[in-house]
Design a protein around this ligand. Sequence first.
Ligand SMILES: Nc1ncnc2c1ncn2[C@@H]1O[C@H](COP(=O)(O)OP(=O)(O)OP(=O)(O)O)[C@@H](O)[C@H]1O
Length: 275
Amino acid sequence: MRPALLVQDLTVSLRGRALIDGVSFALDPGQRVALLGASGSGKSLTAAALLGQLPAAMSASGRLQINGVDVRLSSRGTKRDGIAAIHQDPVSALNPLVRLGKQLEIPLRHAGLSASMARQRALELIASVGIAEAERTMESFSGELSGGQLQRLCIAFALACRSAVLVADEPTSALDMVSQAKVLDALSLYSTSAVSTSAYSTSADSTAAGAVLVITHDLAVAAACCHRALVLVSGRLVEEGPMESLVERASHRYTQQLVEAAHIGFDSLPREATV
Ligand SMILES: Nc1ncnc2c1ncn2[C@@H]1O[C@H](COP(=O)(O)OP(=O)(O)OP(=O)(O)O)[C@@H](O)[C@H]1O
């Protein structure tokens, strides 16, 4: 199976100092993978490198492939095809002056849907990420929704764009537990939805599922929604593996500390994350 995301030997440097040092990993379609690490370990810079959003003073090298297409790591500024992101603060991703339904319909119209089909699909997407009253949400502005609802709406946007990869950077850290669970459910939905072609075609490839990279320092969040985890320490990948073996048999001291701090055991993992 072709990976949705392939990262080889990613290095991000600032004035000759490597902030990210030789990081390699891959995400298969349908996989949810956590990128864990302490504050300052390089999680956000890794995300920025994947999205082409590194500060101008930094340089990136290595290989990046999104949905089978090589992407120049040095390119930045424009949105990269096949990859979308949601951030801790969803408000900044949305236009506060345009009704949410109109914003959601834009990528759908771009994909070739008629106005009425785009509206219908937008309603379906809003409902699919667990937001009740889809009709009313379509007519709302971003300031009228809660943080958790906006976060799920951003996931609906990523679904509308049919990005093969969704990078979720601390998607739940500003939310209460109930909203957190709903956002994690929406991320699961993303990775089981067919997303990875840009056109609404019927080709075999259009059935590939989305892959999600969840950036977090919270092991409980990672365990609740991810199949695998990658652990970053000081810009280097020190450990990776299936979620349950990481929790049960962490080998790096930082991962062991995370497990001890989270006090979670294998039994608390959802069934889906253990396959
Ligand atoms: N704009 C910048 N200029 C200089 N150094 C930076 C810049 N952004 C990040 N760094 C450095 O790069 C390293 C990795 O930072 P990064 O923001 O990726 O960490 P993080 O794991 O996302 O942390 P957090 O969980 O606190 O967001 C840190 O040492 C940080 O000081």
